[in-house]
Structures are given as C-alpha cells and as structure tokens.
Design a protein. Structure first.
Length: 118
C-alpha cells in the first residue's frame, strides 16, 4: 500500500514588528508621565478660559446697561424723517424766495416810486 503523503509542516509566524517610534505602541512609564503633564496643561487652560469667560460676561452686562441708557438719552432727539422734512422744506422756501426775488424787488421799487410821485 502506498504511503499517504502528509502536509508539509507550517512555518511559525514571524515575531511582531517593533515600532521604531517609542511613542507608538504600548504605553510606557514615560508615556504616562507625558499624558499626565498634557492633562494638567489642559486643566490649567480650562481654568483660564473659565476666568476670562466670567470677565467677558461682566463686560457684556455693562455693555447692555450702557446701551439701555443710551437709548433713553437719544429717545427725545428728532427722527431722521423729521430732519429730512425740515431740511427739504427750508430748501424749497429758499428756492422759492430766490425765484421770486426779482419780482419782489421790482414791486418794492415800484411801490416806493409811486408814493414819491404824489
């Protein structure tokens, strides 16, 4: 009887490649220290943000109060429409006077001449 062929033995798997960058892969003791330092920096930055945010809120409250006072102070001033109306009316009156000025002058001169003729 012929001898049964057995499969060739499998090669063992190659060892895992070691990363060339020490920061990549399994965390080391130094990696934990770096992470703790970075977390401490983030916490410190967050405290500064909280501090500046509270100052900003106070400043915005002051701006709102000043804006309310400004609105009260300018509420009695004339509106833009009123100012335009007054200026337009003044220009129309001035243009009318310039237009009829020669007639008024002639009338004034003619009226004084008739009174002197008598």
């Amino acid at each position: 009887m012929p001898k049964a062929l057995s499969p060739p033995p499998l090669d063992p798997p190659p060892p895992p490649a070691q990363p060339s960058d020490p920061g990549v892969g399994q965390p080391t003791h130094r990696g934990n220290e770096i992470m703790l330092v970075e977390i401490a920096k983030l916490q410190s930055d967050a405290e500064y943000v909280k501090l500046h945010l509270s100052e900003f809120r106070g400043d915005m409250k002051d701006v709102r109060d000043r804006l309310a006072r400004l609105e009260v102070n300018v509420s009695h001033l004339p509106s833009k429409g009123f100012i335009i109306l007054v200026v337009t009316t003044a220009l129309v009156i001035a243009a009318g006077l310039f237009t009829i000025a020669p007639k008024l002058q002639a009338w004034a001169n003619g009226g004084s001449q008739t009174s002197t003729k008598q």
